[in-house]
Ligand binder design. Structure first.
Ligand code: GLN
Length: 549
């Protein structure tokens, strides 16, 4: 029987509700429980797949190919048993879409369809579906208490407390306790008001997690407890941490998991957080420091590439390397030239959509290739590597992806439908034209060439990685590109290019898939460990093989 922990937020947004939820999941898992995690998002988009990373940060792709909120990335990085998927992220839009479809089908037998009970019932059903058979399901409600949009979600979780009983439901509320420097005071009033707001819709929180700059002094803790009707020991101080991975322990030391366990009547073994200690320790004591340039598009909003940034850091943790990531807008590279890449030990081109800055990315690849700088290309970063090789190694002038130039003389990357037609194979046209317009999403098997850098990095030739893209390397150009020196070291079961590399270069590897979605701090990821090892060697002046030859 699954119990539920609902996590709401108050005062302001961006308090780190996702991280808090993930950390609570991590501690409860460390006490032997299986965990599932759900994010409820009050916006009307059916999923975040179509939302701009400027607005919403990264779109996290789950194993089953669902495009989800970036918080699901935190969940998977912190909690091993929480496997996100189709039932782990619901938006208002998705809930309404389903209710309206049911109404059209006549499922409601002529009833007037209303927010209560139809929308709230739908939310409750979705939460139960997403919970699966885990011991505890953690449900994070996006937005801030007091928003009009989140009301149906809050009403649904209120009802679950009544229906399941208070020994199966815990309400955690995250608030901000600001410090006012001019009067040197810590202010508890916003927290009091936020809890008042929550109580006005019928939810009395069991636990408050208070975000603040410094640890909460005991007087303030007492005051908050008194005014919010929450026991003092259940007022947890989540002060700013210099390292994200210290948070599980910080919360455990204040008894967060024990309060949850007691309320749910669970007698659990002690939490084993030693793996998190190892991660914190490794981060604190690096034996080398490297500079990696990330050449992309949304460089003002680091959240756009959060999983990739994390994965590179995990590579650092597992090789005891401090990884400084320098975010470089590829349009700056177009304007200011390669000088912006000076002193970089590694170059990464991440995934992306749209043609802005594409030539800058091609230049970044050229710089990495010609100077023996370790290169890692992800998705679009592989496509630009192919474009660069086509232009500068195979002499295919004007080579491009049809995503950016429909009339390119050499469409080395294109929609499957485009290049299969060009090869004159029209037989499977109808089936393929379906495929051509849609995204390739989710986990798929990839076979790596024996002895390739890819296979050596992974330590195997059979891998499964997640995808999110429309365009593919044009197979009609594969022979020409191979002759020019580009090696296709990873292929899908249906013979699409998954990985390319340049034999002879110290480390030049790019993937059509997104390995960053499966990296986590405790285990790291083979590709990122291998990449950071190469970057580290490069920074320590190991002579690149290209220069030697
Ligand atoms: N825009 C490219 C495509 O659709 C790459 C996508 C990506 O990098 N995620 O194929």
């Amino acid at each position: 029987m699954t119990s539920y922990v609902f996590i709401t937020g108050g005062v302001v947004s961006s308090l780190g509700k996702g991280i808090t939820s993930a950390c609570l999941g991590a501690i409860l898992e460390a006490r032997g429980l299986t965990i599932s995690m759900i994010k409820l998002d009050p916006y009307i988009n059916v999923d975040p797949g179509t939302m701009s990373p400027f607005q919403h940060g990264e779109v996290f792709v789950t194993h089953d190919g669902t495009e989800t909120d970036l918080d699901l990335g935190h969940y998977e990085r912190f909690v091993r048993t929480a496997k996100g998927g189709r039932h782990s992220n619901y938006t208002t839009g998705r809930i309404y879409e389903s209710v309206i479809a049911k109404e059209r089908r006549g499922d409601y037998l002529g009833a007037t369809v209303q927010v209560i009970p139809h929308i709230t019932n739908e939310i409750k059903e979705c939460v139960k579906k997403g919970a699966g058979d885990a011991d505890i399901c953690l449900v994070e409600i996006g937005g801030t208490v007091g928003d009009i949009e989140s009301l149906p979600f809050l009403e649904a979780i209120r009802q679950m407390g009544i229906e399941l009983g208070r020994d199966r439901v815990v309400y955690v509320h995250l608030t901000l306790v600001p410090y006012i420097p001019t009067s040197s005071e810590i202010k508890t009033k916003p927290t009091q008001h936020s809890v008042k707001e929550l109580r006005s819709i019928g939810i009395q929180p069991d636990i408050l997690v208070c975000r603040s700059e410094k640890p909460l002094p005991s007087d303030e803790r007492k005051k908050i407890a008194l005014f919010t009707n929450v026991p003092e020991k259940a007022v947890i101080s989540a002060y700013d941490a210099d390292d994200l991975y210290k948070i599980p322990k910080m919360m455990h030391e204040q008894g967060l998991d024990e309060i949850v366990a007691r309320q749910l009547g669970l007698d659990l073994p002690q939490a084993d957080l030693s793996e998190w200690d190892i991660v914190v320790e490794a981060k604190k004591n690096p034996t080398a420091e490297v500079n990696v340039a990330m050449v992309g598009k949304y460089m003002d909003l680091k959240d756009s590439y959060i999983s990739l940034v994390e994965a590179l850091q995990h590579g650092g943790i597992h090789t005891r390397t401090k990884v400084n990531i320098h975010f470089i807008d590829s349009t700056d590279l177009e304007k200011e030239g390669l000088a912006v890449l000076e002193n970089m030990d590694g170059i990464v081109v991440p995934g992306g959509f749209g043609d802005r800055g594409i030539e800058g990315k091609v230049e970044a690849v050229r710089c990495a290739r010609e100077n023996g700088i370790p290169y890692l290309g992800i998705c679009l970063g592989m496509q630009v590597a192919v474009i660069e090789a086509a232009r500068n190694l195979a002499g295919l002038e004007g080579a491009m992806s049809t995503e950016f130039d429909k009339n390119t003389p050499h469409p080395v990357v294109g929609l499957i439908t485009e290049w299969q037609d060009a090869a004159g194979s029209t037989e499977e046209r109808s089936e393929e034209s379906e495929l051509g317009g849609t995204m390739r999403l989710g986990a798929q098997a990839v076979t790596l060439a024996d002895g390739s850098l890819a296979a050596r990095s992974y330590g195997t030739t059979d891998i499964v990685e997640r995808h999110r893209h429309r365009y593919e390397v044009n197979n009609n150009y594969r022979d020409q590109l191979s002759e020019a020196g580009l090696s296709f070291s990873g292929l899908s079961v249906d013979d699409l290019v998954e990985m390319v590399e340049l034999p002879g270069h110290p480390f030049f590897l790019a993937s059509q898939f997104h390995p960053e979605f499966t990296s986590n701090p405790r285990d790291g990821h083979p590709l990122f460990k291998s990449y950071i090892t190469a970057v580290r060697e490069h920074s320590q002046g190991e002579l690149p093989e290209v220069a030697q030859g």
